[in-house]
Design a binder for this molecule. Structure first.
Ligand SMILES: [Fe+2]
Ligand SMILES: [Fe+2]
Length: 192
């Protein structure tokens, strides 16, 4: 059966973001080589904008819907609390720092397109964009790998069924309100 939980959605978002970024990097490399088959700068900008929006929502769900609640529940005495609670706190704090770095790299990449609006996307600008995306790629891979293999399994281990359901509900609500804000149709069912 397909896992439609919010944790599963966060995992899927990692995979989608990595694939989107890889595609964007390929296009920016073509842009830097200025071959006749180069994609347009506007297409690349639109892809970056899509990636950035997806990542900002992803971070928000984790920052407002996942980590604070798991930390609070663990501090109040989750059924499976043990030494892993302190470990979870350290790892989630570390992940929040990675979010800050990723936001900065994505903002930097968007800034290159802003500069290109004045004089076009020169090879130098395209090369700078490529370097920024390379750093983004490394950060994103580390983020996804750490959460998928370490942090999310810790969440699943720390929380009891009722607490897990409450955290899932919080993340679901955040996602629905973000969709409503963006004018998209909220999901009809619960993603738990
Ligand atoms: Fe994260
Ligand atoms: Fe994540």
């Amino acid at each position: 059966m397909t896992d439609t939980s919010q944790l599963a959605i966060l995992r899927q978002e990692h995979e989608l973001a990595i694939a989107l970024l890889a595609s964007l990097q390929e296009q920016v490399r073509a842009l830097a080589s200025s071959s006749s088959a180069s994609p347009s700068s506007a297409d690349c900008q639109a892809q970056l904008s899509q990636l950035r929006s997806a990542m900002l929502l992803h971070f928000r769900i984790e920052e407002e819907g996942l980590y604070p609640d798991v930390k609070r529940i663990a501090a109040e005495g989750a059924p499976k609390v043990d030494i892993l609670t302190a470990f979870f706190g350290d790892e989630s704090d570390d992940d929040l720092k990675a979010h800050t770095l990723l936001r900065a790299r994505l903002r930097e990449a968007a800034g290159v397109f802003d500069q290109a609006q004045a004089g076009g996307m020169s090879r130098e600008l395209a090369s700078r964009l490529g370097n920024t995306l390379e750093m983004t790629h490394d950060l994103l891979n580390r983020h996804a790998s750490k959460e998928t293999t370490l942090i999310f399994p810790l969440v699943e281990r720390l929380l009891g069924a009722a607490q897990r359901a409450a955290v899932e509900e919080k993340m679901w609500s955040l996602r629905q309100s973000a969709k409503a804000h963006l004018g998209q149709s909220p999901d009809r069912g619960r993603c738990v």
